[in-house]
Design a protein around this ligand. Structure first.
Ligand code: G
Ligand code: G
Ligand code: NA
Ligand code: MN
Length: 253
């Protein structure tokens, strides 16, 4: 109950901030995208991880206004970077289940894009496999998002309800290989085989692929040899503030 009232205060009091984790082109080493990740800048407790409040926000429905705040803040920031002359790149935003199945999601996103002036091609929405279980509903929502011109990626790929059915049926652009598979590629031959196979499959399906949770040079080397397009993880950078991200955009990682 305390968390609920504090979260309500945080929404109206503008206590949230976005951090940004770079997504790196594996061939050029350049930053080609960023994932926006929410933090709660609590007046007494300081920065609070989303692990602490996103699950509760999901349960209580507060994720809908919080998610809208994230979407607007991310689009606004990306547009500001473009206006400042930084290279154009997509910003990705995590959609929660409730947001994804919300009435008139397309209209809400279109409204945010219009308000912020961001071209839809520079917004990427991350959904998880759990949102694809209601196949007809998910296809309908995804088609509407694609009509807007935004990109869609499947987050944490391989950990959820992994039906390969949706890979051929759903209008998606990119798979994000979950970091639990990346973690052990150098020690567990099964994980290495799974990751190599996912990457090969994405190429055959004309999807893009990014590996999450890259922490070592060996992992990076493996992913490069197996033709992964993009990488994200602590090896390059943890999620950082807008200021710190700008520094990386100017000087490289
Ligand atoms: O940034 P960090 O790794 O601490 O995030 C922890 C979890 O919170 C991750 O699962 C991440 O997807 C989730 N998360 C972070 N930001 C958002 C957000 O804006 N919306 C939603 N729905 N989840 C988020
Ligand atoms: O669920 P999602 O994939 O959106 O989660 C993103 C989360 O992953 C963020 O909280 C971020 O802090 C975390 N993260 C990003 N890179 C790494 C990494 O290299 N290793 C680990 N363990 N976590 C990471
Ligand atoms: Na994500
Ligand atoms: Mn992810």
């Amino acid at each position: 109950l305390k968390l609920e009232s504090e979260l309500r205060r945080a929404i109206v009091g503008d206590e949230f901030v976005l951090y940004y984790q770079p997504q790196v082109d594996i061939e050029t080493g350049k930053i080609v995208g960023v994932e926006a990740l929410i933090r709660w800048d609590h007046p007494e407790k300081g920065l609070i991880s989303p692990n602490y409040f996103i699950p509760f926000a999901e349960e209580s429905g507060l994720i809908v206004p919080i998610g809208e705040w994230v979407l607007r803040a991310a689009c606004k920031q990306n547009k500001a970077w473009q206006n400042q002359g930084y290279p154009m790149m997509p910003i990705s935003v995590n959609l929660s289940m409730r947001q994804f199945f919300q009435h008139n999601l397309k209209g809400k996103i279109r409204h945010v894009l219009e308000q912020t002036g961001l071209d839809p091609q520079y917004l990427e929405l991350e959904i998880t496999e759990s949102m694809t279980m209601d196949v007809d509903h998910a296809i309908q929502s995804l088609l509407e998002l694609k009509e807007l011109g935004v990109n869609v990626s499947i987050d944490d790929f391989g950990t959820g309800y992994s039906s390969l059915y949706y890979l051929k049926k759903f209008p998606i652009d990119k798979l994000k290989i979950d970091r639990s598979f990346v973690r052990d590629i150098m020690v567990d031959p099964n994980d290495a085989a799974i990751v190599a196979t996912i990457i090969a499959m994405t190429h055959h399906l004309n999807l893009k692929v990014i590996a999450e949770g890259v922490e070592t040079e060996d992992q990076l080397h493996f992913l490069h040899q197996n033709r992964c397009n993009e990488v994200q993880g602590y090896w390059f950078s943890p999620p950082v503030s807008a200021d710190e991200l700008e520094k990386m955009l100017r000087t490289g990682i």
